[in-house]
Write a protein that binds this ligand. Sequence first.
Ligand code: ADP
Ligand code: MG
Length: 247
Amino acid sequence: MVDKSTVKIKVEHLNKKFGSLEVLKDISTEVYGGEVVCVIGPSGSGKSTFLRCLNRLEKASAGLIVVDGEEILSKQVNINHVREKIGMVFQHFNLFNNLNIIDNLTLAPVELGKCSREEATERAKKMLERVGLEDKANSFPSQLSGGQKQRVAIARALCMEPDIMLFDEPTSALDPEMVGEVLQVMKSLAADGMTMVIVTHEMGFAREVADRVIFMDGGYIVEEGTPQEVLLNPKEERTIDFLNKVL
Ligand code: ADP
Ligand code: MG
């Protein structure tokens, strides 16, 4: 399903510093249309920062990032317009606890003037169905399990009709028995051709679903390739060490 004729994200010589701490060092890569890229690596290696630079939640210090043909670091770019095309799902759901599920899903599309409330509600119901939670429209986040909350967070991102989905350890905060239901939703998105960049420690998922795996360490992409190459036949010492610890 990877469409190599469409580059959705292009990153060239990306560098990110927090003060004097250099967290990303000369990152270059491309993500194609429909591609599923899993980013793995030890804690502190810069995975979250890399993901957050892609929608400018963090401002890159140097380099080039092009999303859907738009240079997002340029001063002229309308970053809100870019962000509408990029859905993001975090480890800790970030739902609005004072709003019921349907209101969580319609808030952004309505506030941003993307569509009418009626249209937003229609789409929200469809997206809830897609993640298997159509019966929870009127529930509040506190009434849902962690796995259900994360599926709502995915549905909420989908309500903006993004072109690209970014996931930062979406299952890391979940009890083990809830990991599967969230990965299942992500797998179905991948099968539908969504372009996805996923930071994850779920090596089984990466092996099964990823078109490409990126191994990061110390702010660098140390190794990237197919799951077969990176997870089963790693070349670099640091990749081998990491995999020995997590597998
Ligand atoms: P990972 O997601 O791979 O665990 P992060 O991208 O979260 O790594 O962090 C990479 C490095 O950047 C770490 O040393 C972390 O402490 C540092 N870092 C992350 N965010 C900030 C911030 N807002 N200010 C200062 N340092 C940060
Ligand atoms: Mg992280």
